[in-house]
Each structure stands twice: as structure tokens, then as C-alpha cells.
Design a binder for this molecule. Sequence first.
Ligand SMILES: Cc1ncc(COP(=O)(O)O)c(C=O)c1O
Length: 392
Amino acid sequence: MRYDFDAVIDRRNTGSLKWDYPERALGHKDVIPMWVADMDFPAPRQVIDAIRARAEHGAYGYPLTPPSYWAAIQSWMKTRHNWEVKKEWLSKSPGVVPALSLCVTAFTHPGDKIVVQTPVYYPFFAAIKHNGRRIVRNPLRTENGRWVMDFDDLERKIDPRTRLLILCSPHNPVGRVWRREELNRLAEICAARDVLIVADEIHADLVYTGYKHFPLASLSEEVAKRTITLTAPSKTFNTAGLTTSVVISSNPRLLNLFNTEAANAGLTMGNIFGIVALEAAYAHGAEWLDQLLPYLEENVNAAQRFFEARVPRIKFTRPEGTYLALLDCRGLGLEQKALNDFFLRKAGVYFDEGTLFGDELAGFERINLAAPRAVLVQALERIEAAVAGGIS
Ligand SMILES: Cc1ncc(COP(=O)(O)O)c(C=O)c1O
């Protein structure tokens, strides 16, 4: 079956954070939202049908996750990522963000230090700080325009109070798909200093031509022993509102600690629609994803060509994975708040501002490219017109 990613669906007034927030909270009408990471595409037909069938049943009592749910996760990890995951390594969580927080409290004590590689998905900071742990920043560096890990800085910063590193792989917002050698080096440093790793791999399925995602825990048994992986079908299939994600660790001690923490917080139940949607997506969504990826890649190409040819004052950073990309807007000469305001007021587009992810991104914006091409082009043309109209 052919899927039509060009079809524009109206998401206004559907209770969508992405579409309704700019008007309701910021008071701006007619904004094209290109901020929070969800896509303006409907989920695969099989996912919609599974939810519809479950909804039609009418009895929405507590769920018991069926064996086929776990089997679908195992099969997806095997076929898409060549990773053999055993059933007893699996658990679930109502989202990767809640799981991050549970990992922080399960594996560390108040006052412990936790490493993040900035700029990075900003809920990592909250999960650490709001649980009374200390953030250690191991900033990424740029090398010939490419973001890379700074291993020397990492080695210097780990001390006996450093218990955990939260890895973002692929990395939001810099769009890197980490190479095997990079992950090996990172794991080696963490092993030498007895640091555990939470690998947030929620963007694992969204990788472009020429790149390959390596699940951290698939590198070796040694690495797997100190890793807990958090992932989900939610970025891949646009099901974030169903709050159902996957937790994987071959280390029973880590998985038990996580499960106990989740049970103590009362977060083990899951929801019936998320459960059927996950299973349908992983069991039947491959064909849809195989068509989505080239579509997204062409959106990346279109945005890159557009900025290079028509708005050269903004530098587009091409992502290796994820449908998110960085715009280096320092050439416009505006402070971060003024920059966001300029795009919102003058262009009618709304981005996530760079400094949310770390001071490294002052003067940057993060653009979400997961929209029908016509909507993307409309947004790009608005940006071009606003910049041509003068910066203020
Ligand atoms: C790296 C990363 N982790 C987690 C999430 C959100 O996870 P969830 O919706 O499952 O809480 C996102 C969403 O953008 C993300 O980019």
C-alpha cells in the first residue's frame, strides 16, 4: 500500500500541544508550529484500526499486557536493529520522560552527579535537577561543522560522585547518529569509572541514508550490563499522546531497581490504547516507516536547499537522523528571546529556542521538519519573507 504523506490534516483545535499552544498560550493565530517533536502525519492505518477496534469494545478496564505485545517489541528490535532482546529484559513505562526520572531515582542518591552531553533534550536536566541530583555537563564540540563527543572532557569530569550518564542516541537536537566507535569509546570510559548509562534511543528508527543506529546495549555483554535502554514507537509512528514506552536491560539488578521505582510511583499499569497501538506499530508498521523515511529525508533536502539558496544568513545543520534540525541564526544578530519573537511575530513560525538545550545553542533554533512538504515550503517561504523584510 502507498501512504500519502503529502496529505495535509488539520490539527488545530484537536487538543494538540504542537498546534494549539502557540494560539492559546502565546496569543498568536495562524502560526505554523515547528517546535515539539511530533509529526503532522496520521499513524499507520493498522495502528488506527487497532485503536478503533479496542475503542469499539467499550469496556476500558485495567489492562494486562499480552504476550504478543512483548513479542512485537522483540521482533522489531531484531529486524530493525539486529538486536536480540529477551522477554525478561523488558519492561514498560508511560513515556520515556517519566522513565528517565525513575532511572535517576532508582540508580542514584540525592547529591550524586549525572552526566549529560549538551546541548541536549532539555527534560534530561529536569529529571536530574528536580530529583535533587547534580548535572555534570560534558558539552559536545563541533569539528568541521559536525557535533562530536568530547571524551577528554568526559574523563576529566567523572569523579567518585558521578554515578550515571544519560546518552541521547540518536542525538536530539544535534541530529547525530553516533558511530559504533564513538559509542564504544563512551562505554569504555563509563566502564573504567563504574558509571551506569541510561540510553535514550527514542529516535532510533529515524535514521537517514548512509547512517546506522547501533543500540548501545547491543555492542557487547559488558556494555549491556551497565546500560538501561529507553525507547518507544512514539517518535517513529507519531503516537506520543498514547504515553507508552519501552524499557530494556539485560541486567536484572538494573531492571528490578527500575521496576521497583516504577511500582512505588504507581506507574506500572499502562493504558489499553497505548498497548494495542504499540503492538500494531511494531508488528505491522515497517512498510509505513519505509515510506516515511525517504519522505522525511526529502524534507531535509528541501530545507537544506532552501536555506542555502534563499536564506543564506541562516545556516542549516543537516541531521543524520531524527526529523529535527538546527538552524544557526547567529547571522541575524538577534539575542535568543528576540530571535524567537522575530520568527513568531514576523514569520508566523514557532520553533524551540536553542538555549533550551544548552548555552551552546545561543542564537540557534530547532526546527521540526515532520510535516507535509507543502506546509514545510510555506513555512520556509514565510521565513524568507520575514528575513527579507528586515530584522527587528
Ligand atoms: C530524546 C527524547 N527523549 C524522550 C522524548 C519524549 O519521550 P516521551 O514522550 O516518551 O516521554 C523525546 C521527545 O521529543 C526526545 O526527543
